[in-house]
Design a protein around this ligand. Structure first.
Ligand SMILES: Cc1cc2nc3c(=O)[nH]c(=O)nc-3n(C[C@H](O)[C@H](O)[C@H](O)COP(=O)(O)O)c2cc1C
Length: 219
């Protein structure tokens, strides 16, 4: 497994520092990640984003200091979250944000250290929200940020909670550079009776829409 500490400035500066004017724009609302289950679709989009899983300081609530947030219409969204919303839009599927009870630290270094201590172990952070059932879904799209070439461990908490037998799971990753990493293998290990389809290392919301449309999942 690659254990490379990525430069914090590069990582967090990616989406915001190029557009200097956005840097200090006030964020009226940081997305809390909202579950939407209609029971009308056989597609589930489940995602993990640091944005709805980390501590925020009072200063951050007033001014964006972390580029893990992307600003759209005055609201800060995580990258995985924006991809999940695009997947939901194109598939008409239900959406489930994977959220932990014990939030990750606000700094990249803090999140890195905690992930380092969790990944590859039997630790499974407790989730705050749960689905009643996943029986109705044939296809489950898992969207995650690449963390040290692996998935954030709460995604495993989610995958190990339900029975994915016979379902098709599609991995989609957002990353600074390393793409899907070992996510597909981790999903296959956690859900041995599911079919893990070819995944996507997503560069944009449009790339997700195009990929899922080609996969025949557009509503
Ligand atoms: C703890 C941590 C570890 C990361 N490790 C990697 C990595 O190994 N490779 C990579 O390309 N990106 C890495 N990233 C960058 C994230 O994958 C990327 O910023 C992603 O778009 C964040 O999505 P989010 O805003 O939904 O959390 C890491 C980010 C964090 C916070």
């Amino acid at each position: 497994m690659v254990m490379r500490k990525i430069n914090e400035e590069v990582l967090y500066g990616k989406f915001i520092s190029k557009k200097g004017k956005e840097k200090n724009e006030p964020v009226s609302d940081i997305s809390a990640g909202t579950m939407s289950v209609t029971g009308e679709s056989n597609v589930l989009v489940a995602y993990f984003s640091l944005t709805n899983n980390r501590v925020y300081t009072a200063d951050e609530m007033d001014a964006v200091s972390s580029a893990s947030l992307k600003i759209e219409d005055g609201t800060g969204y995580g990258h995985a979250e924006l991809l999940a919303l695009a997947a939901q839009e194109v598939t008409g599927g239900d959406i489930f944000p994977i959220k932990v009870d014990d939030l990750y630290p606000e700094t990249y270094g803090g999140a890195f250290d905690r992930h380092h201590s969790e990944t590859g172990t039997s630790i499974r952070p407790e989730l705050t929200e749960h689905l009643e059932s996943i029986e109705n879904y044939d296809t489950v799209i898992i969207i995650y940020p690449n963390w040290l070439s692996s998935m954030p461990v709460p995604v495993l908490s989610f995958l190990e909670e339900y029975d994915f037998s016979g379902k098709t799971i599609i991995p989609i990753a957002t990353s600074q550079a390393l793409g899907l990493g070992s996510g597909p293998e981790q999903i296959a290990a956690a859900c041995p009776d599911a079919v893990v389809a070819d995944g996507l290392s997503a560069r944009s919301e449009d790339s997700v829409k195009e990929f899922l449309t080609k996969a025949g999942l557009a509503k």
